[in-house]
Ligand binder design. Structure first.
Ligand code: NAP
Length: 254
């Protein structure tokens, strides 16, 4: 089997595609030939460069605004895709937010916001779009977990809880759908230089502490995550189910 990744004829929906890891994933899938539906809160107006880069790969890019903190908007998104007869073959649940505070003062609003975007949205989109994949007997779902799916982190109780649960959601869906032609897996990034880690990147001491513990000795790039996601979206990953694949420069191995 040639190790070429060819996703032509497929359509991928990537949440949080406007920037950071999601934008790199959208470009990676496009370079492999997939049309891309990109979701963000304001991606329709803010994605001219991304649109050009994706369309340069010769595929279609459809940006759709949807606030994934809103269950109504998620239902509206699914209804719109159904109405427009857009078949989603690859779903990447990437959108995520982080709220850093001490556990004793972690506001319930922060907890709810993180759970809604990082966990509830992934459940709802997997159930609704993945359910259609099951009906067709094929599809790929890739959740963007975190090394904090395995570890508790520091000052991020809601985020670590949501990412731990996302890994379990991945395994739960995989167990049911593996025999129905749908692969459900996750990629667990380590420390990647994006807006999500801006606070860490600004803290010289945390940078030194973190990098001393990363065997690869560097921050990851969004492209370091796009590669494993594109692989999991391909036929080369047909026998991989329920994996939570670290892409972390060796952080979890240490
Ligand atoms: P980022 O640069 O902050 O980008 C977050 C993305 O999520 C944006 O495209 C944003 O879109 C979207 N988003 C946020 N809230 C949304 C909402 N309510 N509705 C719709 N879209 C929303 O983050 P990132 O670092 O690329 O992170 C991407 C994923 O990787 C997240 O799940 C994160 O937890 C995970 N991760 C990141 C790291 C890291 O070190 N960076 C490590 C482990 C895991 P808009 O701007 O259009 O709203």
């Amino acid at each position: 089997m040639a190790l070429t990744i060819d996703l032509s004829g497929k359509t991928a929906l990537v949440t949080g595609a406007s920037r950071g890891i999601g934008a790199a994933i959208a470009k990676g899938l496009a370079e492999a030939g997939a049309d891309v539906v990109g979701i963000g809160t304001s991606i329709e107006t803010g994605s001219a460069d991304l649109k050009a880069e994706i369309e340069n790969a010769g595929v279609r890019f459809t940006p759709i605004n949807c606030d994934l903190a809103s269950r109504e908007q998620i239902s509206g998104l699914v209804e719109r895709l159904t109405r427009d007869q857009v078949q989603i073959d690859i779903l990447v649940n990437n959108a995520g937010i982080i709220r850093r505070t001490e556990a004793a003062s972690h506001a319930v609003e922060d907890w709810d916001a993180v759970m809604a975007v990082n966990l509830d949205a992934a459940f709802l989109l997997s159930r609704d779009l993945g359910g259609k994949m099951v009906e067709r007997g094929s599809g790929k779902i890739i959740n963007i977990a975190s090394v904090l799916s395995f570890q508790g982190g520091i000052l991020v109780p809601g985020y670590a809880a949501a990412k731990g649960a996302l890994a379990q959601l991945t395994r739960s869906f995989a167990n049911e759908w593996a025999s129905k032609g749908v692969n459900v897996n996750a990629v667990a990034p380590g420390y990647i230089a994006t807006d999500n880690t801006a606070a860490l990147q600004a803290d010289e001491k945390r940078i030194a502490d973190l990098m001393a513990r990363v065997p690869a000795g560097r921050w990851g790039t969004p492209e370091d995550i796009a590669g494993p996601v594109t692989f999991l979206a391909s036929n080369h990953a047909n026998f991989i189910h329920g994996a939570v694949l670290p892409a972390d420069g060796g952080w979890l191995a240490r």
